[in-house]
Design a binder for this molecule. Structure first.
Ligand SMILES: C[S@@+](CC[C@H](N)C(=O)[O-])C[C@H]1O[C@@H](n2cnc3c(N)ncnc32)[C@H](O)[C@@H]1O
Length: 268
């Protein structure tokens, strides 16, 4: 595997290049998510695990330590530079989920963590995953419309950016249409904030109200300077008054019922 970029695989948005510089200050591998993935991945036994949209390689690094041989792919070169340092030479490549530089039936397992919702053509990505997998499963952790909604957007007066959330049933249908014959899914609740994703930040009022954490989310990169300033002021106000603590608690109670995200496992 080469870690060189090629023009065809560059992402449209450059915000991940900016995020890559500070990503690991606030974003690691969440024990909550690792547990949820590991439940379906089974024993490592030297199997080859593909981490699609693996970013700076935090989840791949954990599963490599657990005995998997890993490959990290991500369309953002700046992300892959960090991943390559963690997982070692020849274990990462610049590539898009919709066009994986791998032969048919060449990987044993695959993971996508907080990635599916940023891919525009999810059916194409699902077909590529099905093509490269032997055995399986692919295990996907992602927020869906069935999970607890986020509220931080309200402070910035903007709608959540990017693709609308799909329901769990929609995602299951995409996976089945791509040729996955068995699909299971269940919600998960963050009991730690380690991966610093927007849903995880909703478990901690101090993380939510601070730009150090928000800047490593795509949400932040869609805001202009003035909108950021006003939103942070509003968050600071509610942090002082105690209103933010209440909202975080209520949101957590909702997440206990509906999950912060959903884990899907799909077998060819
Ligand atoms: C929120 S980050 C998650 C990174 C990593 N999985 C983690 O949990 O730390 C989303 C990642 O998806 C990558 N990405 C964006 N579009 C993609 C695509 N079409 N195919 C694969 N990865 C993509 C981004 O470059 C970014 O690294």
């Amino acid at each position: 595997m080469s870690s060189r970029p090629n023009a065809a695989s560059q992402p449209r948005s450059r915000d991940y290049a900016a995020q890559a510089r500070t990503y690991d200050y606030t974003r690691g591998a969440s024990p909550t998510v690792v547990r949820a993935l590991a439940k379906h991945l089974g024993p490592a036994e030297g199997r080859l695990l593909l981490d699609v949209g693996g970013g700076t390689g935090n989840y791949a690094q954990v599963f490599q330590a657990r005995g998997f041989r890993v490959l990290v792919v991500d369309p953002e070169f700046e992300m892959i530079v960090h991943a390559a340092r963690k997982v070692g030479p020849g274990r990462s490549a610049v590539a898009d989920a919709r066009s994986l530089p791998l032969p048919d039936a060449s990987v044993d397992r695959a993971i996508l963590v907080n990635v599916l919702h940023v891919i525009e053509d999810r059916p194409a990505a699902a077909r590529e995953l099905r093509r490269v997998l032997r055995g399986g499963p692919v295990v996907i952790a992602d927020p869906t419309s069935d999970n607890a909604p986020l509220f931080v957007h309200e402070y910035f007066g903007v709608a959540p950016p990017g693709n609308p959330r799909l329901s769990s049933d929609d995602i299951e249908r995409i996976l089945r249409d791509a040729g996955f014959r068995r699909v299971v899914h269940e919600p998960f609740v963050y009991t730690d904030g380690v991966d610093g994703s927007l849903p995880a930040l909703h478990t901690d009022r101090f993380h939510l109200a601070g730009s150090a954490y928000l800047r490593n989310t795509s949400f932040w990169h869609h805001l202009d300077e003035e909108t950021r300033r006003k939103g942070l002021e509003a968050l600071a106000h509610d942090l002082r008054s105690g209103a933010l603590e209440r909202r975080v608690r209520e949101n957590f109670e909702l997440a206990v019922e509906r999950g912060h995200g959903t884990v899907f496992a799909a077998w060819p």
